[in-house]
Design a binder for this molecule. Structure first.
Ligand code: P6P
Length: 335
């Protein structure tokens, strides 16, 4: 286990050799995400003080109001990844289609694509509740030096080379994996440096927190209703508690530390649920499994799902292994 208080930069250098592709590009890519995270963090932390709160007047492909910080975060991550000349393509929740980053240039040897939810939970911004950025990194599957194509983005989650999130909360943390466990780094805002504060993060096998929007209860499948009632039953001394922030990154982060399950099921209102497979569920599922947790759509492992389009939605059950398996039992009895 790594020594605490190591900086993110020191950690990346020390673990460079363990990256499957040791060209140093992945390290540079993680470093560019670190820079973008600090820039976005600065704006998020002063959102209450400048006229950057409120909607940007547009809506994204999801039909959701684009909060100005959504737009700002999207622009900053795209700008940083472009300027560092590391990736050949980017897909974002805030962009209708993927963006080629000079991939038509035959001299462009960049082999990574990044998929991001630049500011997840943005409806919480105006009420000063924590929000996050989620990222997912793949190697392109089309030849380098040719234009990046949709198939470079529509890869199964188990092909990810790295994934992580930044949570802009009471402190700002960057939590990520490259397939060798999950490590959390906390930003010291006074000097702008991330320090290793949570080495080798792991979901407790069991927990007593369930996170779901119970306002949708009557629209859930019977199996989900039965599982929620199971969580609420007093018998068998089940001291479960309900915690739902409305920000996936924050609910996931708390559950990984304390033990718990996060659910965004399908419903009669959303036949595939709300969360997007490529830039929300896949990265969080990669992190969950690397932290000895589990993630499924109630029936199939998230990382095994075959993507069919950029913004597709899937039902999402993620967290402590025993809790996800219990929820799956209820789902499979009454789909
Ligand atoms: P609801 C934020 O928009 C998000 O994608 C997740 O971060 C969050 O858990 C969920 O949607 C909240 O959705 O429908 O419960 O408000």
């Amino acid at each position: 286990m790594s020594r605490k208080n190591k900086t993110l930069g020191e950690y990346i250098i020390e673990n460079q050799a363990s990256f499957k592709y040791t060209s140093g590009e992945l390290s540079r890519l993680i470093n560019s995400i670190r820079l973008a995270a600090k820039v976005v963090n600065h704006e998020v932390n002063k959102a209450g003080l400048v006229d950057i709160i409120g909607t940007a007047g547009d809506t994204n492909i999801q039909g959701e109001d684009q909060q100005k910080l959504d737009v700002y975060a999207n622009e900053k991550f795209i700008q940083t990844l472009t300027n560092r000349n590391i990736v050949c393509g980017i897909a974002s929740e805030e962009e209708d289609d993927f963006i080629s980053i000079n991939s038509q240039d035959e001299n462009n040897q960049n082999k990574y694509v990044v998929l991001i939810d630049p500011l997840d939970g943005s409806s919480n911004i105006d009420v000063n509740v924590s929000v996050g950025t989620i990222f997912s990194i793949y190697r392109r599957i089309t030849p380098v030096g040719t234009p990046v194509r949709i198939e470079d983005f529509l890869q199964k989650g188990n092909e990810q080379v790295a994934a992580g999130y930044i949570v802009y909360g009471t402190s700002t943390m960057l939590v990520y994996t490259t397939g060798h466990g999950v490590n959390g780094f906390t930003l010291n805002p006074a000097i702008g440096t991330f320090y290793l504060s949570h080495p080798d993060m792991q979901f407790p096998k069991d927990g007593n927190i369930y996170s779901v929007n119970e306002g949708n209860y009557i629209h859930f499948p019977q199996g989900v209703k039965n599982y929620i009632k199971y969580c609420q039953m007093e018998e068998e001394d089940r001291p479960y508690t309900s915690r739902y922030i409305g920000s996936l990154v924050s609910d996931f982060h708390r559950n990984m530390i304390k033990g718990g399950i996060y659910m965004y099921p399908k419903s009669s209102k959303n036949s595939n649920g709300k969360l997007r497979l490529l830039y929300e569920c896949n990265p969080m599922a990669f992190l969950a499994e690397q932290a000895k947790g589990k993630a499924s759509d109630g029936f199939t492992r998230i990382l095994d799902l075959e993507p069919i389009e950029l913004h597709q939605r899937v039902p999402f059950f993620c967290g402590s292994k025993n809790m996800v398996e219990k929820a799956e039992e209820f789902m499979q009895k009454n789909p």
